[in-house]
Design a protein around this ligand. Structure first.
Ligand code: NAD
Length: 331
């Protein structure tokens, strides 16, 4: 039986990846600081441990796993990454995790290690025009990410590539572009735009209004979780050694995203623009390389993913309201 280790298996993408690997018949070990928030893990073995500790990593990588997926990171949406308040922790925590896991894998002779980088590593100066953002893989240098989160990703990409060159490991690197779907963070400050907007729309009464950070004309693309997993697995098992974009090419403004969610929810709301952390002006996935080297690229329209995500967030909100009213009634 093939074996896989998923680091960050209590998080959004990691918990979905565990399910996917189980469906493929793998024996899976998951590791995280926490269990998945929105359901039982399907991992055969799930350890609560801090990957910033080298000793923990040595104990977790106790065999020659066929595939290791490194998704653990100190991470959040714009409200977490772009305020500057968490910079030191983000850089320290995520770099420690990557340093420790790679070293532990090298020492057990684990060969195939996937690393989840981010489109946030692309230079800010190529993403000033919301209509023509540049995210070709080879545009990464000269480097100029707009956040410390992006700089850490760039450092760690280089670390994974160096371990490949120096130690013969088969490291694979995806640059994810805004992954979304059910069972992702949807409230509390670490949620990203699709989940935050789904929640705001679900909270608002028909005819009311929702707040949008900035003028809402900043552009992005969003990739549904299932396609992210498909790209991740195909890339991990491929012979592609350079970082590859895993994202959607369907670029929308944040205002358009809000309109799409309102359509899905069948609500008419007014958008009120307020100051807030924004990130780059424009970003879209450039999918020439993934199409060429994997013979596959994401193709599901954004609205399909929103149709699966909105009802899940609406249910979370209803459950929360239900449990609040129960506790108020009990007081
Ligand atoms: P997530 O925050 O839901 O999952 C990350 C997990 O890592 C969390 O469960 C967290 O508890 C765990 N973790 C953090 N510090 C740890 C530590 N010291 N020891 C053990 N576990 C620790 O994030 P996600 O959306 O699932 O993202 C997974 C990966 O993909 C991350 O590396 C992220 O940077 C990258 N990524 C995600 C997106 C996206 O849109 N979701 C975009 C680009 C890149």
């Amino acid at each position: 039986m093939k074996t896989a280790l998923v680091c960050g298996a209590g998080g959004f993408i990691g918990s979905h990846l565990v399910k996917r690997l189980k469906r493929e018949g793998f024996w899976v070990r998951g590791i995280d600081l926490k269990f998945p928030e929105f359901g039982e893990t399907e991992a055969d073995d799930f350890l609560i441990a801090d990957l910033r500790e080298p000793q923990n990593c040595r104990e977790i990588v106790d065999r020659r796993f066929d595939e290791v997926y490194q998704l653990a990171a100190d991470m959040g949406g714009a409200g977490y990454i772009f305020t500057g308040e968490h910079d030191a922790g983000i850089m320290h925590n995520s770099a420690m995790i990557n340093l420790n896991i790679l070293e532990a894998c090298k020492n057990r002779n684990v060969k195939r290690v996937f690393y989840s980088s981010s489109a946030c590593m692309y230079p800010e100066h190529n993403q000033l025009d919301p209509n023509e953002p540049v995210t070709r893989e080879d545009s990464a240098y000269p480097a100029n990410p707009d956040s410390e989160y992006g700089w850490e990703k760039l450092f760690s990409e280089r670390l994974y590539m160096a371990y490949r060159r120096n130690y013969g490991m088969e490291t694979r690197i995806a640059r994810y572009h805004n992954i979304f779907g059910p069972e992702g963070t949807w409230t509390g400050g670490k949620e990203k735009a699709p989940a935050a907007l789904c929640r705001k729309v679900a909270e608002a009464a028909d005819g009311g209004e929702i707040e949008i950070w900035g003028d809402g004309e900043q552009t992005r693309s969003f990739l549904y979780i299932d396609e992210c997993l498909e790209g991740t697995i195909r890339l991990t098992r491929s012979d592609v050694t350079e970082p590859v974009n895993v994202g959607s090419e369907e670029m929308v403004t944040i205002n358009q995203l809000a309109e799409m969610i309102m359509d899905v929810a069948n609500k008419k709301l007014t958008l009120r623009h307020i100051p807030g952390p924004l990130g780059v002006r424009g970003r879209n996935s450039h999918n020439e390389l993934i199409g060429k080297c994997l013979g596959w690229k994401p193709s599901e329209p954004l609205v399909e993913g929103l149709r699966k995500t909105y009802p899940w967030i609406e249910r979370q909100l209803e459950q929360l309201r239900g449990s609040n009213s129960v506790s108020v009634a009990a007081e």
